[in-house]
Ligand binder design. Structure first.
Ligand code: ATP
Length: 373
């Protein structure tokens, strides 16, 4: 998967910008606050139709402008591809080959992407929400059906939470038939989401484990565990999970009415990273967190290739110089000759010369970009 040309219109601090990329590795150099992350974010937005750092699409529109556009000419294994995302005050529109896609799940996945940014280091120690978002974003790219069930789940969850809150505040009367219908619908979507997460984690772990073992110089063994908010487990097939979820929702029903919210389900589940039998959320060192984050990213690259037959685009935002030589060499071995990579940095100090030698360099200054001749 390659981006051949990227065009931005009123995106963050960019007015109009068109860049073409000829090299496999692209180095984006610039001082702080000039627009390096904005450029990486724009590439991410082109693939995912949302930002990796904000859920508020309007923030992406250049100040004092009414709309913003990110457009890309790409090449995938089937040939050329044109993708486009437009944000306006009314919302966003996405197009593939100039044809509008009404459902985001018909858009996401056409261009696969892996981003490694400083925020990823909080994946291990940060809040469960960060880990759920990681799962949802990564899975959404390779399983469009997952996005479908996830959005169904969130739609029903919102209605159910509203109803529970209204009952709690005595705005409506508790009606167990009504609650049961909503809970049944929620469970159907929840079981799909959870079983798909289990199977994704198994595959992710299969790739991440040997990578982690190597990056830790053979000293560590990584396990990735799904931590559900109720008594479901990996061994359950879909129909068993539906039965168990029904029992579990019955068990918490009274508490849910008291609390006015849905207490169990995929929106409350979590992930745990276990290194040498210890949960590193509590015990992990900085180095272990970094190794884990890098292993996961490299595993994703391989998993995407396995699922789609094509390598994703890799965005390394301000993280490369943070990795030691050994980790950089490992990264280089993964990307070399096959993964189009964008690297941002304020300085080339600490970056492996083999990465720099192959790279085309772009300078960013106050929202304008010059190619190094
Ligand atoms: N919607 C927007 N419209 C115009 N400018 C914006 C908008 N959002 C952010 N900016 C500007 O973009 C700049 C930040 O750019 P960016 O986050 O890409 O920095 P950076 O080059 O990656 O720097 P650092 O190395 O510090 O991360 C800031 O000057 C900010 O004011």
């Amino acid at each position: 998967m390659y981006i051949d040309q990227l065009t931005l219109k009123d995106y963050r601090n960019y007015g109009e910008l068109t860049l073409s990329f000829e090299n496999q590795v692209n180095l984006i150099l610039g001082e702080n606050a000039q627009g390096k992350t904005n450029l990486m974010e724009a590439i991410y937005v082109l693939a995912m139709a949302r930002s990796h750092r904000t859920s508020k699409d309007k923030e992406l529109i250049r100040w004092d402008q009414s709309f913003s556009k990110v457009e890309g000419h790409l090449t995938n294994r089937h040939g050329p591809l044109h993708m486009e995302v437009v944000f306006s005050q009314k919302g966003k529109k996405v197009k593939i080959n100039r044809i509008e896609k009404k459902r985001l799940s018909d858009y996401i996945g056409s261009c696969t992407i892996v981003m490694f940014a400083p925020e990823d280091l909080t994946l291990v120690k940060g809040s469960p929400q960060i880990r759920r978002r990681f799962l949802d974003m990564e899975m959404g790219q390779i399983y469009s059906i997952y996005l479908y069930y996830l959005s169904q789940y969130h739609k029903i969850l919102k209605q159910r939470n509203q109803w529970l809150k209204d009952v709690q505040q005595k705005k409506v009367k508790a009606n167990s038939d009504f609650l049961e219908v909503m809970t049944d619908q929620l469970i159907q979507a929840a079981a799909q989401v959870i079983t798909k997460r289990y199977s994704f984690i198994e595959k992710l772990q299969a790739w991440a484990q040997p990578i982690h073992h190597e990056i830790s110089r053979g000293k560590e063994r990584l396990e990735i565990k799904y931590v559900p908010s109720c008594r479901v487990s990996e061994e359950m097939d879909l129909s068993t999970m539906v039965v168990v979820l029904k029992e579990e929702f019955k068990r918490v029903e009274e508490r849910e009415i008291q609390r006015g919210t849905t207490l169990i389900g995929p929106h409350r589940d979590d992930l745990a990273f276990i290194v040498n039998d210890r949960d590193i959320q509590t015990f992990g060192s900085q180095g272990q967190q970094r190794t884990t984050a890098l292993s996961l990213k490299l595993a994703e690259i391989e998993l995407i290739y396995e699922k789609t037959g094509e390598y994703p685009i890799l965005l390394l935002d301000d993280v490369l110089s943070e990795l030691d030589d050994f980790r950089q060499t490992h990264l280089l071995n993964t990307i070399q000759g096959k993964v189009q990579t964008f690297v941002t940095t304020t300085s080339v100090d600490g970056i492996d010369h083999r990465i720099l030698d192959d790279a085309e360099t772009f300078y960013v200054e106050e929202g304008s970009i010059q190619r190094k001749e």
